[in-house]
Design a protein around this ligand. Sequence first.
Ligand SMILES: [Ca+2]
Ligand SMILES: [Ca+2]
Ligand SMILES: [Ca+2]
Ligand SMILES: [Ca+2]
Length: 217
Amino acid sequence: MTPSYQSAQLQNLLKYRERMLSHKETTLNPHTARKIQSIVEDLERQIFDLALSLGHPTDLGHPTDLGHPTDLGHPTDINLSNNSIDENVAANTVVGTFSTTDPDTGDNTFTYQLVAGTGDTDNAAFTIVGDKLQINSSPDFETQSSYSIRVQTTDPSGESYSENLTININDVNEGPTDLDLSNNSIDENVAANTVVGKLLNMLVGSDFHTRVAPAAF
Ligand SMILES: [Ca+2]
Ligand SMILES: [Ca+2]
Ligand SMILES: [Ca+2]
Ligand SMILES: [Ca+2]
C-alpha cells in the first residue's frame, strides 16, 4: 500500500533524501559518497521520528516506500511584492514582482503565467513579463476598484502551484470633471437680477458630490 504523506515537512525530508540518494549514485568520489550516506541516514532518522509523531510509522518502516516519494518538492506559495496601485497610472505599469516559496533550496528560478481556474476573472487585464505583473490599461477606480487573477508558478523541474490574487486600485481625488447649471432657460422680460439657475459643481464616481456654488445668476 502506498503511504499518504500529508505533512509538508515530511514530504520535504523525503524529497531531500531522494535527491541525496541520486547524488550518491552518480558521484565518483568515495569520500563524497560516504558523506552523502551519513546525510541520508540522518534524514532517515528525522523522517522516522516525524512519521512516528504523525502516526504512520509502519508505512515508513519499509525502505521501498521511502524510495518512491511522489509529487514532492513543488512550490507551495506565490507572493506578489505589491498588490495595489493608484488609479490613472499609465497602461503597462508594473504592479509588483512575484516570488515563490519552494521547499527545494536549489530551485531559484520560477516561471509565472496567468492560468484558468478559480479567481481568473480579470486575467485578461494583465500581462506577466518575467516575474513582473503589468496592468494592460490605465485603471479607473470608479469603473473597477479591484481585480481578481489566477497565477501559476513553475519550478525548474516543471512542478507548479497556482493561486488566486487580488489587485486593488487606490482611489485618487480627481477634482471636478464637469460643471452644470440647475436650469438653463428663462422667460423673456423677467426682472433684472432674476436667478436663472444654480451653478452645480459635479465630480464623478466615488468622489461624487454636488456643491451649490455661492453665486447664482
Ligand atoms: Ca521545487
Ligand atoms: Ca500567497
Ligand atoms: Ca477615476
Ligand atoms: Ca477617484
